[in-house]
Design a protein around this ligand. Structure first.
Ligand SMILES: NC(=O)c1ccc[n+]([C@@H]2O[C@H](COP(=O)([O-])OP(=O)(O)OC[C@H]3O[C@@H](n4cnc5c(N)ncnc54)[C@H](OP(=O)(O)O)[C@@H]3O)[C@@H](O)[C@H]2O)c1
Length: 203
């Protein structure tokens, strides 16, 4: 299983460091090219390779962590997705105004899904602030909860395995619409909650 990350800011780099800590390799890309990622790669270690968005998007699992308004440009030309898994770590709001994006009643993941036709979209990694996302998920005798949702059961199972491998307790919220609404920021009740699940792995 290969992993790509498109977006190397606060969330993309937190994901990269979390993957590297768990011993997983990933390729990461931004808009400015691999040279601009030299410092991140120095910190994250040799498991993280800077690359182009095209190359990162060719991975089996592709994290997307880009400013909401820039996502259409970021994914333009990266298809066909051919059933690859895209993890939507995005929220429909951004600096400096922090005004929620107009979604015409759709969840942000439904909007995202239209931008990556043919991908199997799983929403996850969008509810924790970067320092918590990259902190050791083993806390207080349990594991930090990480929510995921999606319509493709096999894709969700792969993402659940990855979440478990990273040390989090994955919690399946259901389909992209109902789960996406719960995990959406702003508006859903789950973002920013730092929950720890007590109990054996897999319980
Ligand atoms: N920060 C949080 O607390 C938080 C928490 C949960 C979820 N999120 C969500 O995660 C996403 C990323 O947020 P962030 O805080 O990580 O933002 P950020 O620090 O501003 O980073 C955004 C990244 O997107 C890249 N990017 C922009 N346009 C691109 C393009 N056309 N092609 C490739 N890469 C492009 C930027 O690359 P360049 O710098 O080279 O332009 C940068 O690496 C957002 O959707 C946000 O809502 C954020």
């Amino acid at each position: 299983m290969t992993i790509g990350i498109i977006g190397a800011g606060a969330i993309g780099s937190a994901i990269a460091r979390t993957l590297a800590r768990a011993g997983l390799d990933a390729k990461i890309a931004n808009s400015r090219g691999p040279e601009s990622l030299r410092d991140l790669v120095k910190q994250a270690g040799p498991r993280i390779t800077p690359t182009t968005p095209q190359d990162a998007a060719a991975a089996d699992i592709v994290f997307l962590a880009v400013n909401w308004s820039k996502i259409p440009d970021a994914v333009a030309g990266l298809g066909p997705w051919n059933g690859r898994i895209v993890i939507d770590a995005n929220n429909p709001i951004e600096a400096p105004l922090f005004r929620p994006a107009e979604l015409a009643g759709f969840t942000s993941s439904e909007v995202m899904a239209r931008l990556v036709p043919g991908a199997r979209l799983v929403k996850a990694f969008n509810t924790l602030a970067p320092p918590l996302l990259e902190a050791d998920p083993r806390e207080g005798g349990g594991r930090r909860v990480l929510f995921f949702s999606g319509d493709d059961k096999a894709a969700k199972a792969e993402v659940a395995t990855l979440i478990d491998r990273l040390g989090f307790a994955g919690v399946d919220l259901g389909g992209l619409v109902e789960g996406g609404r719960l995990a959406q920021f702003p508006g859903g009740p789950l973002p920013a909650l730092n929950l720890v699940k007590i109990g054996p792995a897999g319980s």
